[in-house]
Design a binder for this molecule. Sequence first.
Ligand SMILES: O=C([O-])CC(=O)C(=O)O
Length: 175
Amino acid sequence: MTNPAGNAKASTAVEPALTPTADLYDERGDELASVALQFGNFGGRDAFSGPVRTIRCFQDNGLVKSVLNSPGHGAVLVVDGGGSLETALMGDMIAAAAVANGWSGVIINGAVRDRTALAQLPLGVKALGSNPRKSAKESSGETNVPVEIGGVVFRPGAMVHADLDGILVDAGPGR
Ligand SMILES: O=C([O-])CC(=O)C(=O)O
């Protein structure tokens, strides 16, 4: 499939219609936390949403690989890689596993690689940048902990809404 800009993109035929983040913000205002930190969009799905799951790690993607190889049930994996651009925390193999396992998207405070292949996958992928250098695989880090990215806290279970405009987090009642 070719989009109007002439770039090959993954099919959007099966994507549910999501409310644009700007419209959500206009409806809900500051009930939604907006991430001002600027992420790039690397996946074949520009708009995605789902409940948050988290990983905190640093230049080691062993946990990212194992979590995205387990069922996602439509969740969005938020990876706080400390903002490091020194190594890639996800490439096309892990991203393909995420698609196969039903994840909606992955938001990485760090780098990805295999950008050409990532752009073909029906997965939302936001990251700070890219680097062909791979990460360690020792699985150091933590899962399902609150992570703070760009001043916004992502708690496991909170709903996240992402599109080309940015990222909104809805912590829900009792936040
Ligand atoms: O194995 C890695 O570190 C990430 C990667 O390249 C892939 O997912 O294809």
